[in-house]
Design a protein around this ligand. Structure first.
Ligand code: HAM
Length: 411
């Protein structure tokens, strides 16, 4: 038997219903806050991601699905959406001609990670990217949107974690202090983190290894190194969030796994387990320039759809909605079956019938098993009548009604 690839899965039944609901709501909220949809390709030149996300990031180092196409070019399945949207933004010259843009996207992303609960190799994101605005007000408005959205889809008590990781002015001094501290404790770190001291010291701060966590507890705090403008930005953002009653907690160990962030980084957590970041995002003011555009600021986030679906799936809601009516039929001429179904559907009722010609008894068995409360009986006698022969399954009561009036009998 051919099976799905490891870390890739089918989303069906209840999960597909939840997916659809949260996607509809995401679109609704994104549009409410002024974002417009963009559909970007699933594949890009590998260089876009290595330059965009960062050569030393885990994603680029070990998680990309990269291959050569028939012309020998290195192509990568997108591991995230930001780099592709930035590529579009620069390619269309928006950085020069129309820099303020608010875009959203939905779709699958691919990362060659070790599959586990909430972590897949093909997973889905709803993301937004806002270009051309450098202001804490945008960050605050975005968090406002996210909290409204999470509440609307029924996520209870989302925890917003927020940090400011400085900019090109102040981060180097912090990196220096952090490296010096980590070198002193190198023996106590996991092998990955020992390597990261030189290549990507910030990432040591969010290592999940207990020993590394013990070391980082006493490490220098980025908050003590922020330059005046980052400090002001951070204070203004936190102040407005507090006054808007948007709950958040500062987490100085939140650094994010992609190298393009400056200043604000944030995540929303919910549910159990280590893999419980339901979304992540932040400011990336240098990314457009790094990818060949003008120095335009950017800010965005991506929601991990699979994790939201899992969380909502545990609530026991989202049972399948049965059709309103089941038609059990036995006809010589089959046209009235389609006519009656269509007449009922025109009245806004959803209708199911079995198109194979099984016996009436077996059709009623099926309707019973599915839990239909009402069945329309359609035989040659009823075929050309204006009225519908309706049977209530539990009492066995039968009535003849016109399609227009049928609704009041469905109680
Ligand atoms: P990210 O933190 O790498 O950020 O991914 C965002 C979210 O996608 C995560 O919080 C998580 O919920 C979900 N996610 C990531 N990897 C997996 C996986 N293997 N399986 C299931 N879910 C996963 C980004 O991708 C940035 N592009 C976000 C962004 C947009 N920043 C600015 N703009």
């Amino acid at each position: 038997m051919i099976q799905a690839l490891r870390g890739m899965r089918d989303i069906a039944g209840r999960e597909a219903r939840i997916f659809q609901m949260i996607e509809e709501k995401a679109r609704y909220y994104f549009e409410l806050y002024g974002y417009e949809e963009i559909k970007i390709p699933i594949m890009e030149m590998t260089e876009l991601f290595s330059r965009g996300i960062g050569d030393m990031s885990d994603i680029v180092q070990k998680e990309m699905y990269t291959f050569e196409d028939r012309k020998g070019r290195s192509i990568t399945l997108r591991p995230e959406g930001t780099a592709g949207v930035v590529r579009y933004y620069i390619e269309k010259g928006l950085d020069k001609n129309d820099p303020v843009q608010k875009l959203f996207y939905t779709g699958p992303m691919f990362r060659y990670e070790r599959p586990q609960k909430g972590r897949f190799r093909q997973f889905y994101q709803f993301g937004v990217e806002a270009f051309g605005i450098e202001s804490y007000l945008l960050d605050a408005d975005t968090l406002d949107m996210l909290v409204a959205y999470f509440t609307a889809i029924g996520i209870k008590n989302p925890v917003v974690k927020l940090n400011n990781i400085g900019c090109s002015q102040c981060r180097p001094a912090y990196n220096g202090a952090l490296k010096a501290y980590l070198h002193k404790h190198a023996d106590e770190l996991c092998p990955d983190c020992r390597q990261r001291i030189e290549t990507n010291p910030l990432r040591v701060l969010d290592c999940k290894n207990e020993k590394c966590r013990a070391v980082t507890q006493l490490s220098p705090d980025i908050g003590d190194f922020l330059c005046d403008s980052c400090r002001k930005y951070d204070e203004e953002l936190r102040d407005i969030l507090t006054r808007r009653s948007i709950p958040f907690e500062r987490d100085r160990f939140l650094v994010r796994g992609l190298d393009y962030y400056v200043r604000t980084v944030f995540e929303i957590h919910g549910g159990e387990g280590a893999q419980n970041a339901l979304m992540g995002g932040g400011r990336y003011d240098g990314l457009v320039e790094a990818l060949g555009g003008r120095p335009v600021p950017g800010f965005g986030f991506a929601i991990g759809v699979d994790r939201l679906v899992a969380l909502l799936s545990d609530t026991g809601l989202f049972e399948k909605n049965l059709s309103d009516l089941f038609i059990a039929w036995s006809l010589t001429d089959k046209v009235p079956l389609l006519e009656k179904s269509s007449a009922l559907r025109k009245c806004g009722l959803s209708v199911e019938f079995l198109a194979d010609e099984r016996s009436l008894k077996n059709q009623l068995k099926y309707a019973h098993k599915k839990g239909y409360r009402f069945v329309v009986l359609l035989g040659d006698d009823e075929a050309y009548s204006e009225e519908i022969h309706l049977k209530k399954m539990d009492s066995g009561d039968e009535v003849y009604v016109s399609p227009i009036d049928i609704r009041e009998h469905l109680i």
